[in-house]
Design a protein around this ligand. Structure first.
Ligand code: GRF
Length: 196
């Protein structure tokens, strides 16, 4: 069955764009894009692709209700900077995935979002960082890891450059994971993810 995907954004939405650009390879459709911020450029990207959009902020009950109405099978957090309630996480158990711009468990958890993650990698002087896509659990950045990809940053000297290089890899890995999810090829066993 073709999966119904909702993408949640708060900002630029370049990862949303990567999904839109690869949707023909995926056994799924983006049925809705939700933002907690009216100004998010991700909303414009969705509208340009004729995808329905909604702005819902600080109202997880409404968010749950809306996603249920759209019969969503998969919720993709693509730069969604809002606190998720346990109710939301439980309502879509093992159906919410998040993309994080580092190799978890490095540079994650509280305060590790946006450019901060690249700054942390720069300050620590790591030569390799990367991308992690994981299921969302009640522990911030703590759910089962689905996929990771390393990014060599040894030659970079600014957080902005690190962020940009990492983003390119995000744009490849996220559509790949969504494709696997929609093909029912991702299984969680004892808290670990196996991809068929
Ligand atoms: C990405 O770096 C993603 O890893 C993080 O938020 C950023 C969103 O970027 N969760 P964009 O809005 O998709 O361009």
């Amino acid at each position: 069955m073709v999966k119904k995907i909702a993408v949640l954004v708060s900002g630029g939405g370049s990862n949303l764009q990567a999904i839109i650009d690869n949707i023909t390879d995926i056994n799924g459709n983006i049925v809705l894009v939700v933002s907690n911020k009216e100004s998010a450029f991700g909303l414009t990207r969705a509208q340009n692709a004729n995808i329905p959009t909604k702005v819902i902020s600080k109202d997880d009950e409404k968010l749950i209700q809306t996603l249920k109405e759209y019969e969503v099978d998969l919720v993709v957090l693509a730069g969604y900077l809002a606190i998720l309630t346990p109710e939301f996480i439980n309502a879509f158990k093992d159906k919410i995935i998040n993309i994080h711009p580092s190799l978890i468990p490095s540079f994650c958890g509280k305060g590790a979002y946006g450019i901060n993650v690249a700054k942390m990698a720069l300050q620590r002087g790591v030569k390799i960082t990367g991308v992690t896509i994981h299921f969302v659990s009640e522990i911030v950045d703590g759910g089962p890891i689905i996929a990771q990809r390393a990014v060599d940053i040894a030659d970079l000297n600014t957080a902005e450059d690190i962020q940009q290089r990492v983003l390119k890899t995000e744009h490849e890995l996220l559509p790949w994971v969504i494709k696997k999810y929609c093909d029912d090829e991702i299984i969680i066993e004892d808290g670990r993810v196996k991809i068929k």
